[in-house]
Ligand binder design. Sequence first.
Ligand code: ARG
Length: 672
Amino acid sequence: MENDLSYHVEEAARAEEEVSVLKAYVEDIKRKVSDMVVEANTDNAELNKLITENTKLKHRLAILSIAIAEEQMQSKPTISDSSKMESITDILHQLFHTAICAAFPDITDPPVVIAVAASNPKFGDYQCNSAMPIANIYKQSGKKVTPRNLAQKILDNLPSHPMVEKCEIAGPGFINIFLNRDYAVKKLQAIFQNGVQPPTVERKKIIIDFSSPNIAKEMHVGHLRSTIIGETIARLLEFLNFEVHRINHIGDWGTQFGMLIAHLQDRFPDHLEKMPPISDLQSFYKEAKERFDEDEEFKKRAYDSVVKLQSFEPKHIKAWKLICDVSRKEFQKIYDRLDITLKERGESFYQTRTEKIVKELEEAGFLENDDGRKIMWGDESTTVPFTIVKSDGGFTYDSSDMAAIKHRLQEEKADWVIYVVDSGQATHFQILFACAKKAGILDPKKHRVDFVGFGVVLGEDKKKFKTRSGDSIRLVDLLDKGLEKALDKLKEKGRDKVLTPDELKRAQESVAYGCIKYADLSHNRNHEYIFSFDKMLEDKGNTAVYLLYAFTRIRSIARTANFTPEKIKELSKKENISLEHEKEWKLGKVLLRFPDEILKTLNDLYPHHICEYVYEIATTFTEFYDSCYCVEKDSSGDIVKVNYGRILLAEATAMIMEKCFHILGLKPVEKM
Ligand SMILES: NC(=[NH2+])NCCC[C@H](N)C(=O)O
């Protein structure tokens, strides 16, 4: 049995090594492909000379930047040492890049492959797997070298850094990197004085367009996804100290308003003096639509109303505002409950700007006549054009988005615009970005634009999420159902007997809204996901309930030892976080990854990375807590010993989890 186990452990280790080798080969193949592209374009001696020159310069630059970093490290130890957690991967990348460039100056852009080491402590904490692909590069040019020798050459050129304790060469040429624990203690310790700080990034102005429901139509689960994902991305960006503008691009303009206004005039003739009691705008919309389809005379009046509204006739504008207000109030109820902040700037805002941009595009010769429509083509990557003007002369979703992107990039001078919209609209945004580039509005060298798409929400029957009667689900009803289910869950655990009514209510809301948000965020946003209260309310696995409980438990450890957060802050001035025990070190290393996880999410805007990370923190904490006493009690329950270093480690864990919760919109409670 034991033999069996050790065989499997060895097998696993071998498999892990193999994975690393394969990863390194993949990197190498990628390089070769790009080299081939370069070669194909380079039979030009001049260009070759420039490339060599460029390589030398890059190399020189890397050496200089490391020298500067080392210099800073030595001259101002207090600032760079203690004030911030840093991205470990970035530092390692920089160090190894310098080493590799210095060791192999004859290789252009050498591969720098850094990875978190597998869980076996023998592999170190991180790994540099560059030696194998570099050996391959040499092999290509007829030079025979062994990766192990190359690895040694890399280490000979590696600048020293307080973060790196030692490096070891293993297997065919892996470099195992061991982190310095004093450095780790210092970085984690800084949390108590400065709070959990974000990694440093260049400040940018960002506009994020999310939620964006349509007036008079229901706000459906798709909009709920956009709202939840958008809010989290906005919180992440704010945490990183960007200037963030949260924009609700609501659909508040268009031909449907013609029939709504005409219907309003008939049903509530005195609507201009008295607020009409429309409680359900959707049935109001249905009635209007029925008349529009059946009654020719009504249809004519509806068209008349559109024309009047679009020429800003005051009475029509007033009626339009009334209708928007009814919807707006409904949307706001959802936003309040889910703690969402948004600034409304709907399609109507861009009307005069749309007129202007259409004229500009026309004058610049970008518009083509297509059966009376005016269309604009993007680039070769797009196969459908934008409809800029309809054959009846009206503007479209496409034209108002052209006006909006121009306003955002040129008037508002945003550096980065993010659109959080369902994946069904991917093509629309692909064309939008292509047309904006063509028209000189979007400059890829200066601006970043992202379409953050997401898949559909399915019911438990794996079909489109609907009520049993086949109607689409109203979001307010969904949130109410969440509250009801969350309360059932808490009662099932007997929490209603321990918590005060107030505490119970707070726990109920935290669980209900938390589980709805978390179920959404924890799935890769590109995939569809199945909406199931039973699943999301499970207290095992990667769910909000599990995490909220884990968090409350961690905070209660210090509380039972009579440590308030203030007392812990005081304690941290005298005592150090403990990272000696194997499980303490494991947890510490997960915590140190915080900046890397944040930067990864910033890079690709996939919030599920943060969910996976916070789940890993919680499970690693459990492992630590199972084998390390924080507070020792005797048989009568009296405290006999408190391990201060572990109380600090538990608090650092809680603080980092809390920051992740904030980004994910989860609200932990003291008791649940
Ligand atoms: N700039 C944008 N197009 N934002 C997204 C708008 C989403 C649109 N109102 C819809 O419900 O589908």
